[in-house]
Design a protein around this ligand. Sequence first.
Ligand code: HAM
Length: 421
Amino acid sequence: MPEFRAPVGTRDVVPPESARWVKLVATCADLVGRAGYGLVVSPMFEDVGVFERLGASTDVVRKEMYDFRDKSDRHLALRPEGTASVVRAYLEQRPPTPWKCWYVAPSFRYERPQAGRYRQHHQLGVEVLGTDDADVDVEVIALLDALYRAVGLQQRTLHLNSLGDAASRPAYHAALRAHLEAHASTLSEQSRATMEVNPLRVLDSKRPEDAEVIATAPVMIDHLSEESAAHFARVQRGLKALAVDFVIDPRLVRGLDYYTRTTFEFASDALDSAQNAIGGGGRYDGLAEQLGGPATPGIGFGAGIERILLACDAERVFGAPESTVDVWIIDTTGGEAALAITHELRAAGIRADRSFDSRSMKSQMKSADRSGARFAVIIGSEEAASDTVAVRDLRHAGPESEPGQQSIPRRELVDFMRKHQ
Ligand code: HAM
């Protein structure tokens, strides 16, 4: 047993798994880049106040925050999610709006670790600040949908809801509170306490004793102001126009308090329901103000890389690439030829690797096989003397009489590999 292990709830991502991360992040960068989103890299920790606005009644703030004091007694916290940091950065930089950005960011939540639930997870996300146009809601949701499609996920359901605006909230909250109070005696103790701080959050309870009261509770979409209702209708029309399937889920309450109007979550139907959220988001039109800035509408999504890859595993799509390189150089003459040839091939854009430590032919062959390379290029004393290389096709499956190996002049190697790529 090693003396140290990765902390509970965290994990190392190593090859070949990490190659999927590279591919997933690149796929996302390409998709959102084409839609005009620029990368934002913000600090992994912030003043704790930035995250306290996520909601005093949310688990993320109440129980799961990694907060600490630094050597100058500043109260800081590791980022539990990406949105608050982006809004803070926006208020500090004041870029022209609409500000469309994306990020790939580790997020920290002191959760009970289990499959698909980590204390450090990684999110791909986008945020758009400075417009409340319903078409932006559609764009953001469609981008996330396109990301899932690009990696080959098919078994997913998009849950869509509207949480209304400041004008719709008071009447709904009053109706909800009245309902919860009328049934308070059957609610769990925790939900009775939550009800006092934020009645909406009670709808998020998974406790069996709360189920009945939640099932009969009034829902926000029946209490939307005219403006919010029109906005929500336009979002739905836009999604239909882009053929993004969704179900209206009036009981979709997200785990953070900043949401207004459009909220959504993608569930993987291939994963267990406890960890099947592969991404979600919504509008947060009041967050900039809560962080001390001018009223600035915003919307975005966050999608867990680990969850997406778990869903990919469950659907058997987006596997790790089988090869790390195209060519493996085997040099039994001391390694200088391998040094020169790998350099030359890589400069020509061909993925090439080699063995080190002057290993035996057998050991170098084993490494070549393990790399998944299509070709081994062999340099023994004979090849070195005649300025040739032996090229062996490692996937050659023909009869013994047809050798999968040929000798070519050393100077023709790059062209040969280009032709066979
Ligand atoms: P969230 O729903 O809390 O939203 O997290 C977004 C996604 O991160 C989840 O759908 C899930 O895939 C993944 N995730 C969350 N917690 C964990 C965990 N402990 N382990 C593994 N994966 C996890 C947000 O964070 C919002 N900032 C999303 C957003 C952006 N809303 C507006 N803009």
